[in-house]
Design a protein around this ligand. Structure first.
Ligand SMILES: [Zn+2]
Length: 111
C-alpha cells in the first residue's frame, strides 16, 4: 500500500518522540553515543542509528530534520543534509509536510 507523504511524516515524528526518550536515558547513563531508532517513514523499520549525543542535539535543533539509516531516505520531498556510513540526516522541504512535523515537534521552538 502506497503511503502518503503525510503518513510518512507522522511516522517519522513518532520515531522522533522515541528518540527523545532514548536521548534522555542516554544522558542519564552518561554515554557519549546514543543508539537511536531510525526515523524513516517506514513504520515497520526497527533499525538502529548510532549518533553522538552532541550531534543528535544539533539535528534536533532543526524541527524539520530527521536521522535515518543510510539508504532509508523514503521520499522525493526530503533533502539529504548530511550523509556518512552510520547515518543520514534528512530535512523536510515540502511546505505542508514541514508544517506537520513542526506541529509534532516535541521541542517547542524558542525563536
Ligand atoms: Zn529506517
Amino acid at each position: 500500500m502506497e503511503r502518503t507523504p503525510e503518513q510518512i511524516a507522522k511516522t517519522e515524528a513518532l520515531f522522533r518522540n522515541v528518540n527523545e526518550e532514548i536521548r534522555d536515558a542516554s544522558g542519564r547513563f552518561e554515554v557519549d553515543v546514543g543508539e537511536f531508532v531510525c526515523e524513516c517513514g517506514d513504520p515497520t523499520c526497527t533499525e538502529h542509528v548510532e549518533m553522538p549525543l552532541e550531534h543528535y542535539e544539533a539535528v534536533r535543533s532543526h524541527p524539520a530534520r530527521f536521522l535515518v539509516r543510510p539508504g532509508h531516505v523514503k521520499g522525493p520531498i526530503e533533502q539529504v543534509v548530511e550523509r556518512n556510513h552510520r547515518y543520514t540526516v534528512i530535512e523536510k522541504v515540502d511546505r505542508v509536510i514541514t508544517a506537520i512535523v513542526k506541529r509534532l515537534n516535541p521541542r517547542p521552538e524558542t525563536t
